[in-house]
Design a protein around this ligand. Structure first.
Ligand SMILES: [Zn+2]
Length: 315
């Protein structure tokens, strides 16, 4: 999930620096429209190959690659997560006394079955098997700074593999593992400057494991928090609720980064990032747009893969 672009002088200058930039990994900003891109999981696309041969000469009507007609998002042949998706949390750093553990556990426990998450059922695989509106909060573990306070992408995978290999969480190919970092921790590939969270997959113990990084946006409210007074009285955790929802939706519909995304490499949630639709005021003056379980949240909309496609809070 890309960081929020806020209309302040500081943020605008950062955005200018980033716009159209190509980094060492060949990553293109999404407005660099030079043909079809594939997802990075971080909210922008990159070239798959110099001549992206998967985009040319198919002609057999499969996968819909290269087409931007229809619902605005295309299927590229890879798997989606079918059946119940299991959410695991890895609380990295120091979360003692922080209500985030309750706020985000409640989110994962109640997002399944909601009208909001039902949007994900508009996605399907090559055998027309649809994503189901079922999410199970399957457990958590903690990690007290085993990789320090500035995590590289590979160290984040190590946090996940260590938790699985030590049986602190089970190895589950229907799982999405979230590495949730406290506000004294950053991710060195660009937390707060380029993204607020991301998802990807990796081989752990011989299995294809899906995982995500979500940092605490109290570290950079102007980049990664929609509001600094929040429905559950914890702006960092409430900010994370939107990012967790975003990454979960993408991890289920594009778990291996080869299923559902558009020509810019944007996955379903990317297309609606930082948009919230109609909001209501909570008692403390904050805004919310959905109630899940006993809590209100302000979480971003998701892309409905039906008709011409659109961002919505329910389907
Ligand atoms: Zn995203």
């Amino acid at each position: 999930m890309k960081r929020r672009i806020v209309p302040t002088l500081v943020a605008a200058s950062v955005a200018c620096v980033l716009a159209g930039a190509v980094n060492a990994a060949g990553v293109l900003a999404p407005d660099e429209d030079e043909g079809d891109l594939v997802p990075t999981g971080k909210g922008w696309g990159q070239r798959a190959y110099p001549n992206h041969p998967n985009g040319n000469g198919n002609g057999n009507g499969q996968a819909g690659h290269g087409s931007s007609k229809g619902s605005g998002i295309n299927y590229h042949g890879g798997p989606v997560i079918l059946g119940t998706t299991n959410v695991y949390y890895i609380w990295y750093g120091n979360w003692s006394g922080n209500t985030a553990t309750s706020i985000l556990t409640d989110l994962a426990s109640n997002i399944g079955g909601s009208g909001y998450y039902n949007i994900n059922t508009t996605y399907y695989d090559g055998s027309n098997r649809h994503v189901t509106n079922a999410v199970h909060y399957a457990g958590s573990t903690t990690d007290s700074y085993s990789q320090g306070t500035s995590l590289s992408d590979s160290q984040i995978q190590t946090v996940v593999s260590s938790a699985i290999n030590s049986s602190r969480v089970p190895k589950d190919t229907n799982g999405v593992y979230f590495v949730l970092t406290s506000s004294d921790v950053t991710a060195s590939s660009g937390f707060c400057t380029q993204y607020c969270g991301w998802h990807t997959h990796g081989t752990i113990g011989g299995s294809d494991i899906k995982y995500a990084f979500v940092g605490n946006p109290d570290r950079c409210p102007s980049s990664c928090e929609a509001q600094t007074t929040s429905p559950n009285g914890n702006p960092g955790a409430d900010g994370m609720a939107s990012i967790v929802s975003h990454e979960l939706e993408e991890a289920v519909t594009d778990p291996d980064l080869n299923a559902w995304f558009d020509r810019s490499g944007q996955e379903n949630a990317d297309k609606c990032a930082w948009t919230f639709g109609t909001t209501s005021s909570a008692g403390n003056g904050s805004q919310f747009n959905v109630s899940l379980g006993s809590r209100n949240y302000l979480i971003q909309r998701n892309w409905v893969n039906s008709g011409n496609g659109f961002c919505s809070m329910s389907f």
